[in-house]
Ligand binder design. Structure first.
Ligand code: WT7
Length: 681
């Protein structure tokens, strides 16, 4: 009792004074109205945007109850608009043409540039015309596999300008993952770059694309064109000079004439005028894959009007954005955080952002703080895993730089532990900033539980209360609502404008995954606790998903990568706590008869996971399991495996196991790295 999580931190008076929502009373009124009169609430917000066909009243309809028919969510049907037009043309009409949209800061501090709203529109129109010239039409999918370069934003907005659907695959995914995702959405075109530096590592993205494109054509899906940004050649390459022993890249990017096209060549002749394609409010804007518990990724589909309103409104209130603020979200655009809070939300508000290509550790461990000082950042948004990694270097790297411009500090992707919260608050925020611990998901499109700066009294580790339009409930195993303090499944009983509409090409899976367990509710898959004051604390996943450094993975997808190895009979993966990553992968492997469980095999298995999924999914521990603990019906008891991973002998009832002796064998087989990992937690 009395730990930091019980402490309440009241917002600083200076923040309260200018906040869009400046008291809990105002919050409660606005929240109540957003639920009681959603048409009115969102209708007023919609007035700030351009609608080619107007928004009518009664524009909201839904069915959340699977027993009453198909799940459907619709906002503002019959209205039409164009997101790109609202983000760029409308802001330019308002006089923001010469305002900086993005300061681009490269991996190397010597590489930086900026783009204004007007310039961005020019690039977007040109690229939209390039896409059109290659036959991309409304509704077609454009796959994007790019580093954090401005062309990525240009590509996204060019798609939305012509009604094409972008499908971004994070640049850390492997060729296999890219191929699977491109094929699932039947992408017509792929846009990529030659490569990128991450810290002092050079990644050849185009090579990965070539492997993925080959894989697609082998299964009869020809991605017609691959447009390549020549990024490496324009960099200062200063890192090669600073890092002793590093050779300048002499690499030649592979290029297949006919299929491959250079971005610059394509842009040269393109017109910088492109009339926007008006699309229906419920036409798709983009899709983004997220891990699914069956192992097959799910193509989460977001539509146009609702997403626009929700991205714009959450950005404005959750970061308490005011004109003149400079904002920085460190997330990669390859994840939903980057979609909503690097691109759509900030641009919808006419904001100026920093877009950062690098890592927190290059060329030194104070790089984030240096960038904050350089651009005088007011609003900063990052992940707990980054905060924990940076805390390890102590206070000195932060103290070297001027943090006084900061006003709001955001956190996203996983629960933030109170220790990290306090370090962020005290050291980075100098005890005067509001911290917004934002809970949301790829599926929710934007923040759903979050404090509001200058309004919500904060408790370290709590995502506090629902955003406007969001109605959370906690349910017990039987679907009964838990009122007052308690812990249960976190669900939502109503749609908000920014939530997903379906899984691309698989509405059945959408219904079963999110709406079947508790009819009438959208089920997040997370558990949460409510305290005496109504604060919500997200406790983590209730399913077979795990969160490594803020990235969701399913144990099933890692298991299926592992069992592809010819020497593996069976594999089971569980989550294990990790001091920096939050969670990590602990794998149990049963080799085939006669196979020796060797360090070579372990290395090959790690490689397999990197190849099948991506380097960020690399297992922390790979343990030999002579057998797996199974019930008589053959179900693996993961609860037992989690205990083995934690070296906790209190395994509970094992009487339903087919072979109880296996448990002891597993404990005695724990490898040394397992104990090391445990000590570091
Ligand atoms: C899962 C969603 C939302 C953008 C990044 C991740 C976990 C996310 C928090 C938070 C506790 C959080 C949940 C959620 N999560 N934010 N503030 N506190 N948990 O998107 O890959 O779709 O992952 O991340 O478990 O379900 P995602």
């Amino acid at each position: 009792m009395g730990g930091p999580e019980q402490q309440v931190f009241h917002p600083n008076a200076n923040i309260v004074r200018k906040a869009h929502c400046s008291s809990m009373e105002q919050y409660r009124q606005m929240h109540a109205r957003s639920l009681e009169r959603p048409d009115e609430f969102w209708g007023e917000i919609a007035e700030q945007f351009h609608w080619e066909a107007p928004v009518k009243s009664n524009f909201f309809s839904y069915n959340f109850d699977i027993n009453k028919g198909p799940i459907s969510i619709k906002w503002m049907e019959e209205a039409s608009t164009n997101i790109c037009f609202n983000l760029l043309d409308v802001n330019i009409q308002k006089g923001l043409g010469d305002k900086v949209a993005f300061y681009w800061e490269g991996n190397d501090p010597e590489d930086y540039t900026r783009v204004t709203y007007k310039k961005l529109l020019e690039h977007v129109c040109k690229f939209a015309n390039v896409l059109k010239s290659h036959g991309v039409e409304k509704g077609d999918r454009v796959a994007i596999y790019m580093p954090m370069v401005l062309e990525l934003v240009v590509t996204m907005l060019a798609c939305s300008r012509i009604g094409a659907v972008h499908s971004i695959v994070f640049g850390g995914f492997s060729a296999d993952s890219l191929a699977e995702r491109m094929h699932d959405c039947r992408a017509k075109i792929l846009v990529t770059a030659d490569g990128v530096w991450r810290g002092d590592k050079l990644l050849h993205l185009k090579e990965i694309c070539d492997t993925a494109l080959d894989k697609c054509s082998k299964i009869g899906h020809n991605v017609e064109k691959c447009i390549v940004v020549s990024h490496l050649t324009r960099l200062s390459n200063a890192h090669t000079q600073k890092t002793p022993g590093m050779k300048p890249p002499v690499h030649k990017t592979p290029f297949t004439p006919g299929r491959d096209l250079w971005w610059d060549d394509e842009m040269k002749g393109a017109s910088n005028f492109c009339y926007p394609t008006w699309v229906d409010a419920e036409d798709p804007l983009f899709m983004l894959y997220t891990s699914g518990s069956t192992g097959k990724p799910k193509g989460v589909l977001h539509t146009t009007a609702g997403y626009l309103l929700y991205a714009a409104t959450t950005f404005k209130y959750v970061f308490d954005y005011h004109p003149g603020d400079t904002y920085w979200c460190t997330a990669d655009i390859g994840w939903i955080t980057g979609h909503t809070y690097v691109v759509y939300g900030p641009l919808a508000n006419g904001a100026t952002s920093v877009m950062f290509e690098g890592t927190p550790f290059y060329p030194h461990n104070g790089r984030y703080w240096e960038v904050i000082e350089k651009y005088k950042i007011n609003l900063f948004y990052t992940a707990p895993t980054a905060i924990r990694a940076l805390m390890k270097f102590g206070d000195e790297p932060v103290k070297k730089f001027n943090m006084s411009s900061l006003r709001v500090l955001g956190s996203v992707g996983e629960p933030i532990n109170p220790e990290a919260w306090l370090w962020y608050y005290r050291l980075v925020g100098q005890n005067k900033c509001s911290i917004v611990d934002t809970f949301w998901q790829t599926e929710t499109g934007g923040h759903v539980l979050t404090p509001l700066p200058g309004c919500t009294p904060m408790k370290p580790g709590s995502a506090t209360f629902p955003f406007f339009g969001v109605q959370p409930e906690l349910l017990d195993e039987n679907g009964k609502i838990i009122r007052g303090p308690g812990e249960g499944y976190l669900v939502f009983s109503k749609p908000w404008p920014g939530m997903m509409r379906t899984l691309f090409g698989n509405h059945d899976r959408f219904e079963t995954t999110y709406f079947k367990k508790f009819p009438g509710y959208y089920c997040t898959g997370d558990g949460a606790r409510r305290d005496e004051e109504g604060y919500l604390w997200v406790t983590g996943r209730m399913d077979d998903m795990l969160n490594v450094s803020g990235h969701l993975l399913s144990t099933a997808e890692v298991e299926s990568a592992l069992v592809e190895h010819p020497d593996v009979a069976e594999a089971a993966v569980v989550s294990h706590p990790h001091a920096v990553k939050g969670e990590c992968l602990y794998c149990f492997i049963t080799p085939n008869e006669g196979v020796h469980f060797s360090t070579t095999l372990v290395a090959e298995l790690r490689k397999k996971v990197r190849e099948k999924i991506g380097p960020f999914a690399s297992p922390e521990v790979v343990q030999h399991a002579p057998g797996l603990p199974k019930t008589r019906s053959g179900k693996i008891m993961r609860r037992v495996l989690r205990k083995v991973a934690l070296n906790d002998r209190d395994v509970g009832d094992t009487s339903t196991l087919a072979d109880e002796g296996i448990v002891e064998a597993l404990f005695s087989n724990r490898p040394p790295e397992a104990s090391k990992l445990l000590k570091a937690c």
